[in-house]
Design a protein around this ligand. Sequence first.
Ligand SMILES: [Zn+2]
Length: 429
Amino acid sequence: SYGAFALDDEMAQTPENAYALLDKLWQPSLELAKKELEEMKAIKKAETGDDSFESWDWWYYAEKVRKQKYDLNEEMLRPYLSLDNVVQGIFQLSNRLWGITFRPVSVPVYHKECIAYEVLDKDNKHLGILYFDFFPRPGKQGGAWCGAYREERYEEGKRIAPVVTIVANVSRPATPNGVALLNLDETETLFHEFGHALHSLFSQVHYAGIGGVEQDFVELPSQLMENWAFEPDMLRMYAKHYQTGDPMPDDLIEKIQRSALFNQGFTTTELLAASLSDMDIHTITQYRPIDLNAFEKEMLNGKRGLIPQIEPRYRYPYFAHIFGGGYAAGYYSYIWAEVLDKDAYEAFVESGDIFDRTTAESYRKNILERGGSEGGMELYKKFRGHEPDIKPLMIKRGLIEIPADTAARPAPLDTAARNASIRRIIGQQ
Ligand SMILES: [Zn+2]
């Protein structure tokens, strides 16, 4: 099948391996989504007396649940998430983990809003140059990404340092004194892109041709960085009020933590449904004309019991990723990489210190420096000592409870509170 062909040189190797992961997550996600549905049905019934619930009701009532249960208004957070604080927070995090520093540097820029830093290793050795281009402007592509003007390589035994850029479109300064205040999503995005940048900056690969990694591995470094973004200890470090300098109050920090579980059943199910659709269509081995919509319905709603209130995130006629987007038989890689990043982060948590330098050093040596010089699974096992475990991801998405033995470890998160909120959400309280 095309799927077998496409996955042959990816980390997953075969569609069966990708399916094994998707299938393992499917039932727990669906069960959680059904509980979310029941909760919302009850609200709708109480408000309108109407028993029915359609897919288009979902977000309307989900917002009510969000207000009732989590009471989190993102606008309350913005004053603590100034662009400058977030960037400095990322720099401080990198300094704590690897001892690297960032020095503003004057280099040619393609637009007056670009800024650049020289990135220095712990021994002050030059690692590379990092550009930032933060704000939207007419003619600029939307979204956020990380790229390289020059990739790292070696020439005659000498390292040619990478020149890396992070491009984003975060909120422009809206305050009178010109401070850009970000929301949670924008903050997380900067941590994400910075993870890609580190992958380039730390690279110690000798041949440019093996600098790249498998598609289902490439989001590990970026997604891993997201894990720190909203840790209480991290927020206390960088999330300071842009006017008063006060740290973010604990009740806001707790709200951020708890709301991470909001609507996770739905989010996971729609993501998995699209991943399955992609793999289903690409593992057909014999051509036969099919009715795509009927095929989707049969595979998702018929065979796998998807509830009609949830649509897959993408449906075949507009699933651009799997046509020209380079994600044909590759959409599973988002959740695949999330298994990796959640398990990798667990290594820091297990060490008893989310800023543990020994773990960070091993992660740098075994993964960030190595590019595609070995297969992703080999690199991963060298860092972690074992294959990635799916459990940390399931906990993070509220699909299982935190095992009792982890309550004893010196976790940076308030495990008891998180456990309680998971129980509340899955209705076991
Ligand atoms: Zn990415």
